[in-house]
Design a protein around this ligand. Sequence first.
Ligand code: SAM
Length: 617
Amino acid sequence: MRFIGNKEPIIGEIKSVLNQKGLLRDKNKLKLFDAFCGTGAVSNSLKDHFDLVVNDLLNWCVVYTKGRIVVNDCTFKKLGFDPFHFFNSNNLTKKGFFYKNYSPGSSKRKYFSPENAGRIDYFRNTIEGWKQDGKINDNEYSYLLSSLIESISFVSNTAGVYGAFLKHWDPRASKPIIFKRVETKNSKYSNLEYHNEKVEDIIEAVNCDILYLDPPYTQNQYGTQYHLLETLVLNDNPSVSQITGSRPTTPMRSDWSKMYKAHILFDKVLSKTRAKYILFSYSPDGFMSKSFIEAILKRYGKPETYECKKISYNKYTNFKSRGGKEHFEYLFFVEKKDSSNIYYESPLNYIGSKARLVPEINKHLPKRITTFIDIFGGGFNVGINSNAKHVIYNDINYFVKDLVESFKINDTYQYILYLKKIIKRYNLKKADAEGYLKVRNYYNSLPIEKRNPKLLYTVILYGFNQQIRFNGDHDFNNPVGMRWFNDKVLEKKISFSKKIKEKNITFKSIEYSDLIGEIGKDAFVYMDPPYRHTNGSYNDGKRGFNGWGLDDERKLFEFADLLNKKSINFMLSYVAEHRGKVNSELKNWVTSSNYSLISIESIPGVRRKEVLILNYD
Ligand SMILES: C[S@@+](CC[C@H](N)C(=O)[O-])C[C@H]1O[C@@H](n2cnc3c(N)ncnc32)[C@H](O)[C@@H]1O
């Protein structure tokens, strides 16, 4: 049958990717989860290669898919005759729901001729009766319903979908309906599990090896376009709307058809799936851009396994009828990382950010930590990636602390809408000072207690290098920059916001040394202070927050010694050498206290030696 987004034309390409990755096996079959199965085109054509899990938000899609897959099991032994022959050799009709609501028999709607609508009611009613009387089993029931869906597609007075009927009668609608067998692949399947849920609600529970995702990519709601088939399968006589006769569409609404909600769901599904391999079909015209998709697939997947195939539809469809415009679709593949190798990055571009060093830092952390204290939290790249049960975030800069906390306490979707609203209102663009200064002035004009971190975040995104810089009066004073709210930042924001919401975090904004009373024996203290030899904008005492000089460094060493005396494990991230300048105070302190000093890989192009100092083995 015709179906929006039907993948029948690209099955060959899907198979070829699976084959190339060595996943198309005849023995030791893998389990493939077709999470948005639609008409089951993909599952049906792969049924002899994989154990299958199929799912769709629409019930009729699940039944239709199931019917196609199980066809070889359907012998109709108990029924005792061939139902296709039976239906086609009588002319019985029934004035049921379809006749009354979807034909001019007793409505104004012209989905079917009265004769065909009566036949459809008769077929549906008879199939239900056989099921209730135990004459057909579950598979046979699905097979007959999928065949009924197939059959009505030849006589419906619609333009391909079933959202509305045509004003004038299409000649094919006057042909008498024939009860046809659903199109299927004549081969055996091994295992089939099926669900009728929102994929985002079941993703964690579904055990599978390969996840195939083919979500909607436009605002078009499948539930609206195919309401009639849902009613045909559910057979629940719903109350229907005036014009189209649609059942209530709310339960069928998909958030994948909404800008930004799709992004948030995609992140959730990728992070929660148990699958090792991910195959993803999407259109270049969809809500999510290729750069967003690539960033997110590389966050959860091994970057070296990432692939994006551009599949041209021109060889399958009538090129001329679309005015010669190239029409293509993406097919992405990635192998998922082990969960211990998945890292989240702060959406704040924080100076001195440890984002790139987190894997190295994690390697040197004790295996089990109950409370992780990130006492110079900053952008929170380190604390977010700790797997401690409880994390304490602290930063003396309360603007930064509020910013990081804003990702936890605000709904991510509403937050993004807010950003977009402000960007539009001030016409924010990269390197465009006009709107930028207006919004920055507005932010600075607010009393400190009224300053909204969401507004600050928007301003930051358009500032120079997206840095956070305040002057002595605590006014934000970063000039306009060359960056903007692009899809890579969006990806970081979404994945980070999800992670931060999942974690048990206490936020604080106090002088770090004042935390000492709260640090218990089971805590682990991570310290990533400003560095004396470097020049982060927060390093300069004139900028509204404390600077970082020799005295501060000494105080920090004393604080670390105090932790050590209390048998509290700590890790200090520091710079031992910067542009040829060696921090000899640091070296002396580490040697005399007998701490371990670990050199970590320096960032290419940056002439500084980053080290970790630990007071444990
Ligand atoms: C592009 S179609 C899939 C086409 C399918 N691969 C085929 O070849 O027929 C997208 C499907 O996603 C389903 N859908 C939308 N939101 C969903 C959700 N949250 N969970 C599961 N299915 C959903 C729609 O009902 C629709 O059938």
